[in-house]
Structures are given as C-alpha cells and as structure tokens.
Write a protein that binds this ligand. Structure first.
Ligand code: PHE
Length: 492
C-alpha cells in the first residue's frame, strides 16, 4: 500500500503550524512572559528558539521524511535498538492527548457559557465550582462531572472527524481551522487597542525587567516553552514529515513554521496584555497582579476581563471560539502521531478504523480527568510529562541522531533537499547544545522536585506522576538490550 500524502506543500505547512499553534501560544506564552520579566523573557525565548527549537524541528521533519515512517519505525530505522524510544514517545503523547482534550472540553463549556457571559462577577467560582466542581483535594475523586464528560465526548467526536481519513481529512480541516483563530486574534487585537488602558498592559508586556536574565528559572521556562510550542518530542512532526515525499524541502519549512508560530505568540501577547491593561484600568488593580495569575489566566482572569468590556457576550464567544479552533489541530496532531505508528505496523488496517480506536482509547483515558479531582490529576500529569518525559525524549532523540546515526549524515540529507542550506552549526546544536541544555533543565527540575514535593501533593499522587516518567523509560532502556534491526530495513 502506498503511503498517505499531503495534497500540497501549503497543506503540510498548515498542518504543522496547526499543531504548533495551540493553548501554548495564547495562554502559556503570555503567562510566562508576565511571570518572567515581560520584555526580558523575549530574549531567552528567542535564543532558545534558534539554539534548540529550529534545529530540533528540522531534525524531526528530516527523520520522518527520510525514513517515511512514524516515530516507532523511524527510530528503529535510525538504529535497530531504538524502537523502544518510539514507544516511550507515543505513550507520552497518548497521556498528554488524554488531558489536552479535557482542557479543550473546558473551552467548549466556556464557549457555550459565553452566550450569557455566565461567569460575570464571579469568574473564579465559575471556573472551580460551576465548571469543574472541583473537590477539596486530589484524594477525593468525588465521582464524574457529567457535563465535562459530555463535552469531552463531543470534542472527541469532532477530533475523530478531523482525522478519520488521515492526511486527506486533516488537509481539508486545516485550511479553515488554522486561519480562523488567526483572524479572530486579529479582531480581538483591534478590540484591545480601542479600549482605554491597553497601553499600560503593553508597557508591562514590552518593558524588560533585565534582572530576570540572571534567573536560571527564566531560562528553564524559555527552553521548555520552545519544545512545547513547536510540538517537539511528541512524535508529531516526525509523523507529519513522513507524509511528505522524500525529496521535499525541509529547512525552509522549519523556519516558516517557527516564524509564524512565534509571530502568533507575540500577537497573542499583545491581545492578552492589552485586554488585561483595560481590566487593570477598570478595576484599579495593578496590572502586575493580573498578569502573574499563572495558569488561571485563560479561564479566570481573562474571562473576567471579557465580561467587563462592552458587548461581553460577543467577545467571549470570539475568544473561546479562537481558543477552541487553535487547540483542535494540536489535539488531532497527537492522534495522527499515534495513527502513523500503528498504520506503519499494520498497513492493511483502514485509517478510519485505527482513528476510531485511538480516539476511543483517548476518550476513555481522559475520563479520569473529568472527575472532581480532575484538575489536580491533570496538573500532575502535565507537570511530569512536560518536564521529564519530553526532556528525556529530546535528549535521546538528539543522541540517537547526533552520535549514533550521525548528525553530519542527516545534515547532508537536509541540505540536499532544501533550498536554504544548513550550516555546520546544526551539528553542534544536535550533538552538544541540545543534550547539554536539556540535561541541565532536567537536573534543575529534579532538584526542585526532590527538595519540595510538587505543589504539596500527597506521595501516592506524585508516585503516579513518577510512574508515568519511569515505567515507559525503563521499558525503553531494557528494549535497548535487544537489537530489532529487521532485514527489510537494512538497505537504508
Ligand atoms: N504546540 C501546542 C501548543 O502550543 C502544544 C501541544 C501540541 C500540546 C501537541 C500537545 C500536543 O499548544
């Protein structure tokens, strides 16, 4: 059977960009910038993009395209002992997918609530009590929250119809779902600059607190945000690359994806801080307090800000529609990463059927996050997967390509197919900078977590977090012992 293909280069770019654009741009990036020195955060962030983001994105596009396989078989073709790294990657992607879609379900509920701006006056209560009905601690699961579960089901059905025909259906969807949120962001930007007080927000966003640059935590945040925002180490960009023809351009596509993604993050920052500036003006609250609200930014502070402006219903609908359409391509790109690996193994299976099973499994796995302790469990799963699994996968991926397969060999391939040439600096980044930086991040995180249990959660709950990190890691490390180099791959 012939491999699925993107119908055009633009469609590929839209799909890759769709995966990159997500909650990470509109919610995570602005809150990190708010927390870590405003304009001063931009510098470490841009450095991180150039030093590790772009080289890693090129690596993933390149190995996917060269090997014409999803994560598991791609790693195996790079070296017979590394198929287990693919399993580690996909287990991680599956867990992230399970909870990411739950956040999408919250977006959907907020979208519906937008029509009456139901949270106005008590946004905090609305989020924790009305939407999540959160229990007092992680130890009290408190049963399932049926409205979230129903919303979860609806989002999964939507995802299924995006991916059911593989690149064919994804290709159609991204032509709308990628431009739409960008246009909506533009509309929200126009709204922001016509509100009083927006300049105050922008000032806070752009004015650099230079002392932040000597804080190692700022650098850690910048580097991990780079991975998250470019969807790296999920097996996604490998799968997407594998649906391109062997000779297609890699370097330019990597630069374009990164440039657009960064532009959208910066734009989102202007929208979010502009509207927070207005809120500060309205409520006479210092803007620094609003901006540093952390993860509550998207679901508490921002909805409240929306409720304060003229036509609150309209702008809330636009905002949550924007968030939803921005996130859905990230969610289904995770499904695609899993599908690609399964279909490599079982080419006789129908794409529609594999998609159905993956979506069903993702839905079932997500149920745990719809309990009344779901928020805590989600927080724990997110903490461990993004800070440990993704970093570890990034390190192994860089070592596998840089030291075992050969960075220079892959670079020559990239140069052969690309218009823009990649210099030798790329080898340096893959072989030295990426492993060193990621190991540094890992060590910093580990010391923090050992010194102080994350968010004071009980040991059993954190134990589950460690299990998510260690079980698939051990599986991978043991699988290295066995060389699974199949003869059919030997010619490559
Ligand atoms: N790149 C996505 C974002 O910025 C993050 C993401 C992608 C998360 C894919 C999960 C899966 O939101």
């Amino acid at each position: 059977m012939s491999r699925q293909r993107w119908s055009s280069r633009t469609v590929f770019l839209l799909a890759a960009l769709g995966s990159a654009l997500g909650l990470g741009n509109v919610w995570r990036f602005p809150y990190l910038a708010g927390k870590y020195g405003g304009g001063a955060f931009l510098l470490p962030y841009l450095i991180a993009l150039v030093l590790v983001g772009i080289p890693m994105l090129m690596l993933e596009f390149a190995i996917g395209q060269k090997m014409q396989r999803g994560a598991i078989d791609c790693f195996r073709k790079l070296h017979g002992r590394f198929a287990g790294l693919g399993i580690y990657t996909l287990v991680t992607s599956f867990i992230i997918c399970a909870y990411y879609v739950v956040v999408m379900a919250w977006c959907l509920l907020y979208f519906l609530a937008s029509f009456g701006v139901k949270w106005s006056g008590n946004a905090k209560n609305f989020f924790y009590q009305d939407i999540l009905q959160v229990s007092e601690s992680v130890s009290n699961l408190g049963g399932i929250n049926w409205s979230v579960l129903l919303a979860l089901l609806v989002v999964w059905i939507a995802i299924y119809f995006c991916v059911w025909k593989g690149t064919e259906s994804v290709g159609k969807v991204v032509q709308y779902s990628v431009p739409l949120p960008v246009i909506l962001l533009g509309v929200l930007l126009l709204r922001a600059v016509t509100l009083p007080g927006f300049q105050e927000g922008w000032r806070m966003y752009l004015s650099p607190t230079w002392s932040a640059l000597i804080d190692p935590e700022v650098w850690t945040a910048a580097f991990s945000q780079t991975f998250y925002t470019l969807s790296l180490a999920f097996g996604i960009m490998i799968a997407y690359g594998s649906y391109k023809e062997d000779g297609e351009d890699i370097a330019r596509d990597s630069w374009l994806t990164t440039l657009f993604n960064t532009a959208i993050s910066l734009l989102a920052g202007f929208v979010v801080f502009g509207i927070l500036g207005y809120m500060a003006w309205q409520t006479k609250t210092p803007i620094t307090e609003l901006a540093a609200s952390g993860p509550g930014l998207a679901f508490v502070v921002f909805p409240e800000a929306l409720s304060l402006m003229p036509l609150p219903g309209l702008f809330s609908v636009l905002f949550f529609l924007m968030l939803f359409s921005l996130g859905i391509d990230s969610a289904f790109s995770l499904v695609e990463a899993l599908n690609a690996a399964i279909l490599d193994r079982h080419p006789q299976f129908k794409t529609a059927k594999v998609s159905l099973w993956v979506c069903l499994a993702g839905f079932v796995a997500g149920i745990i996050f719809t309990t009344r302790a779901g928020l805590y469990l989600l927080d724990i799963a997110d903490h461990f997967t993004t800070n440990y699994n993704l970093m570890l996968i990034g390190i192994f991926q860089a070592i596998l390509v840089g030291w075992i397969y050969g960075a220079e060999k892959l670079r020559r391939y990239i140069d052969r197919v690309s218009d823009w040439q990649v210099g030798k600096w790329w080898n340096v980044s893959i072989k030295f900078i990426i492993p060193a930086v990621l190991m540094g991040l890992l060590a910093t995180q580990l010391t923090t977590d050992i010194r102080k249990p994350y968010e004071g959660y009980p040991a059993w709950a954190l134990g589950m977090g460690w299990a998510i990190v260690l079980l698939p890691l051990l599986y991978f490390l043991f699988s290295i012992l066995k060389d699974r180099n199949l003869s059919e791959y030997e010619q490559t």
